[in-house]
Design a protein. Structure first.
Length: 189
């Protein structure tokens, strides 16, 4: 299980990857604090990449990652506002609210959740595996010395510079060394 955390005002967003889970955003309130959990399905990788292919894809992946992060944070902020309203209603024993405004906030939150899910699905279609939305961390499969490893990239990095074993977590990422790119040829998968 991998966790990441991003803070926006009073809203905290947690990301969790659960193998064989379902892609969804789950909202839960805890003492006035909203927690969004993003549960991602881990699918078997079909394609391995060359370092050149990954370098070419980085601008696209970065754009998608930023879009997914922004949508997730927007959903979190709207959820926090709705949770705060719910708490005020509870503490005050009820109150008058503009039902149209609340419905609009819920609709905007649902749209932001759907945008985040669709953007993550786009990254997965490319062949990337998202590990942590808040950190902007993803993996792309690569073959080196006859085995599959994961090239590891984090939003803000201009090049692919890290990797980890397929079974290891991204926290174990190592810098690329002379084994990477040696004898590499462009290939179709």
């Amino acid at each position: 299980m991998i966790r990441g955390r991003s803070r926006v005002d009073k809203c905290s967003v947690d990301q969790v990857t659960v193998p064989h889970g379902v892609l969804s955003l789950i909202q839960s309130g805890q003492m006035g604090r909203l927690t969004l959990k993003i549960v991602l399905e881990v699918r078997p990788m079909k394609k391995t990449f060359t370092i050149g292919e990954v370098q070419t894809l980085l601008p696209v992946l970065e754009s998608l990652m930023i879009r997914a992060q922004q949508a997730g944070l927007k959903a979190g902020v709207l959820g926090a506002e709705l949770e705060e309203l719910r708490q005020r209603i509870f503490v005050n024993g009820g109150m008058h609210v503009d039902v149209t405004d609340v419905a609009q906030q819920r609709s905007q939150q649902a749209a932001a959740i759907e945008e985040a899910k669709a953007t993550v699905a786009e990254m997965e279609e490319i062949g990337a595996r998202l590990h942590d939305l808040g950190e902007g961390l993803l993996d792309l499969p690569y073959r080196v010395d006859g085995r599959e490893v994961m090239l590891c990239w984090k939003v803000g990095e201009s090049t692919i510079g890290h990797w980890h074993e397929e079974e290891e977590e991204p926290a174990e990422r190592l810098p690329l060394d002379e084994h990477f790119g040696r004898g590499e040829r462009e290939r179709l998968n």
